[in-house]
Design a protein around this ligand. Structure first.
Ligand code: PMP
Length: 448
């Protein structure tokens, strides 16, 4: 294969360059090892899908701050809105002095989230905090204790959200005891289903197990909510069938259990629709959002049925920084960009380009077991052999690290640590994406 031509990636130094290395030393002395880093470099500035590091290297970003930058780095309209907001007031705290952008964003999310019912929205800072609060609201509304999540699901790193999350290493290892009254159900993973079984049979098996779960673990009348990522993110970009998701939603409705869609990663245009719930034709009782909501401003939201959202009494939910004005004005501009600049539709085009390339790699290289994705949420699963399907975590780590060293910022995922995923800004140009895919191809060629 020919070497990738580099029009956008410009490496003036090996990565990390000398200035980044200097900062890494300071980091190691002053910051604990726990918070992980994907790219070995430090950023200087960024625009769209391109990042310049402090050594002057330019890199293509296929990670988008773990899916937080669907509208790209520093969209001009968002930057302008934040600048104008900063001049007026930074943070009066909504619980002390109210401000209009909070109301405007709540109105907007009530309008654009799936479901025709009356809705209300309130704001927090992070994805985990949105999930925590969705659970509090669900418990208050139903008067029930139990929360059910799904295996391989990811909902955050706080005590409750870590308890709802599935992967032991690194998320839960040594951090117990965990929150009580959290339970897990099986979630289909068709690529790794038992041999000879049809997808529909796997769905049926897992759906039937819910009845046993109600008999053996916790009765439905004790369950406040099921929480599900419509498409699993950290778990490896795993899409269940529409039938499975709709049946789970139906079971919830039958038993007065609330259905929470955790759209922190799938939301805001990533999958070619504004929300993944639309892809499955479901109307969740509560939706959690964060990441791409505000082009990187730390804000998250819970939107839900008005009567459910009103269950907590005044003062029972909230937080000092929840729904900061900067986050609200940024989110309003992001929504405009996603809708008016056609970025939601663009997610499908980006997804087609990536999937086509990944599939062609799969034909050439025996280490690519599965290629999957919805919209621009694309992934390939790295295995020791297409026949054995044995996950190859080590090779995955090497590919991701080498892509990062060659100027493409990329992330892994998956319960077995063997999934390569793309969460690029949706403003990435075709040429930039092609160059990034060329680098991925070159790296796979060199390492396999
Ligand atoms: N839910 C999902 C589906 C996520 O993907 C994440 C983050 N990866 C979270 C919750 C937690 O979000 P945060 O890191 O902002 O707390």
């Amino acid at each position: 294969m020919k070497a990738a031509t580099k029009k956008y990636i410009n490496l003036k130094t090996p990565l990390p360059g000398p200035k980044s290395q200097e900062l890494i030393k300071r980091k190691e002395e002053n910051v604990p090892r726990g918070p992980f880093n994907t790219s070995p470099a430090f950023i200087k500035q960024a625009e769209g899908a391109m990042i310049t590091d402090i050594d002057g290297n330019t890199l293509i970003d296929l990670a988008g701050a773990i899916g937080s930058l669907n509208a790209g780095h520093c969209p001009p309209n968002v930057v302008k809105a934040i600048q104008e907001q900063v001049e007026k007031y930074i943070h009066p705290c909504f619980h002390v002095m109210m401000y209009e952008p909070y109301i405007e964003l709540a109105e907007k999310l009530n309008e654009i989230t799936p479901g025709n019912h009356a809705k209300k929205t309130f704001f927090l800072n992070s994805g985990a905090e949105a999930v925590e609060n969705a659970v509090k609201i669900a418990r208050k509304y139903t008067g029930r204790r139990a929360i059910v999540s799904f295996d391989r699901g990811y909902h955050g790193r706080t005590l409750l959200t870590m308890s709802l999350t599935s992967k032991v290493k690194p998320y839960k290892n040594g951090f117990g005891p965990f929150a009580t009254d959290t339970y897990k159900l099986r979630h289909p993973y068709y690529y790794r289903k038992p041999q000879g079984m049809m997808d529909e049979e796997l769905d049926e098996l897992y759906l039937n197990q819910i009845n046993d779960f109600f008999l053996g673990e916790v009765p439905p009348e004790d369950i406040a909510a099921f929480i599900m990522e419509p498409i699993q993110g950290e778990g490896g970009f795993i899409e269940p069938s529409k039938n499975f998701v709709q049946k789970v939603r139906e079971i919830c409705r039958e038993h007065g259990i609330l259905f929470i869609a955790d759209e922190v990663q799938t939301g805001f245009g990533r999958i070619g629709k504004m929300f993944a719930s639309e892809h499955f034709d479901i109307d969740p009782d509560l939706i959690t959002m964060s990441k791409s909501i505000a082009a990187g401003m730390p804000i998250s939201a819970v939107t839900g049925r008005a009567e459910v959202m009103d269950a907590p009494n005044p003062g029972e939910i909230g937080g000092t920084y929840g729904g900061s004005p900067l986050g609200c004005v940024a989110a309003l501009e992001v929504i405009k960009s996603l809708q008016e600049d056609g970025l939601v539709e663009r997610a499908n085009h980006i997804g087609d380009m990536i999937t086509e390339r990944f599939q062609s790699l799969q034909e050439t290289y025996g280490n690519i077991g599965d290629v999957r994705g919805v919209g621009a949420m694309c992934a390939m699963e790295i295995v020791k052999g297409q026949n054995t399907m044995e996950p190859d975590k080590e090779l995955t780590g090497k590919i991701v690290a080498e892509c990062n060293r060659r100027g493409v910022i990329l992330l892994g995922a998956g319960l077995y640590g063997n999934v390569i995923r793309t969460l690029s800004p949706l403003v990435i140009t075709d040429d930039q994406l092609t160059e990034a895919l060329d680098v991925i191809e070159e790296v796979i060629h060199d390492l396999t």
